[in-house]
Write a protein that binds this ligand. Structure first.
Ligand code: URA
Length: 238
């Protein structure tokens, strides 16, 4: 017996969080009875979502690496009707992004229908490294960099120690380019970290997620991950 939200996400129908939302909204049925969060199901139970029976034999997993452009939301649907990252990918599978990048953030974003991999890559205990390049207004000081390195308070939580490096300073535009490598994934974490030491991020790019970067991909372009890359991602998680 397994929890219904886990079965839904393992079958690649939705992420665990989305599956929980569908259950809370009363859209999931187990053997024609409305499911509740935490209900357990066995392989003989019939799960229905929005009227469609979940096919337990259908298990095609797909994995994409997108160089996310600016001006696109990282959700499956947007209430305001804005373009989403899903619109950029030509697939019949129901995919979703592994984590989020802000509307104006560019760079590496993975998308898949593999719920198990998604949950594990996003779980803080797996310590996946995310590398960002931030354009900062003004000349960042060594003391601000040291504070960021040792951890700052954002939304009442202290960020973990991380790698931070000033890459360049442009006197003409009075902007600094700073590389930051984090292992957590709090909401707007990078922008809030810089804000907490008095700086505004004017541009943000994710250069790398784990070992994956945007080599040969222009913003808006994507590619399918190789089997070797998917196996390598699995090797990083517990
Ligand atoms: N941190 C941010 O502030 N924004 C992103 O898009 C990603 C990390």
């Amino acid at each position: 017996m397994e929890r219904v939200q886990k079965v839904i996400s393992n079958l690649g129908y939705a992420s665990r969080r989305e599956a929980e939302k569908l259950i809370s909204e009363g859209k999931v049925y187990i053997n024609d009875r409305v499911a509740s969060l935490g209900d357990k199901v066995s392989s003989s139970d019939i799960i229905k979502i929005d009227g469609n029976i979940l096919d337990k034999n259908k298990n095609t997993k797909v994995y994409y690496l997108l160089n996310k452009p600016r001006g696109v939301v990282s959700t499956v649907k947007d209430e305001k009707g804005r373009k989403t990252v899903i619109d950029l990918i030509d697939t019949k599978e129901r995919i979703y992004p592994i984590g989020r990048l802000d509307y104006d953030t560019t760079g590496v974003l993975l998308l898949t229908n593999d719920g198990e991999l998604t949950n594990k890559l996003l779980h803080p205990s797996n310590n996946i490294e995310k590398v960002y390049l931030a354009k900062i207004e003004g000349k960042i000081t060594g003391s601000a960099i040291n504070k960021l390195k040792s951890g700052v308070k954002i939304d009442n939580i202290k960020t973990s120690p991380c790698f931070v490096k000033l890459k360049s300073y442009n006197l003409k535009t009075n902007t600094s380019m700073v590389e930051i490598r984090i292992h957590e994934g709090h909401n707007h974490q990078v922008k809030k970290m810089f804000e907490s030491v008095g700086y505004k991020v004017s541009k943000l790019t994710r250069l790398r997620f784990a070992f994956l970067d945007t080599t040969n991909l222009k913003p808006g372009e994507y590619r399918v991950l190789s089997i070797k890359e998917v196996k390598k991602l699995y090797s990083l998680i517990k």
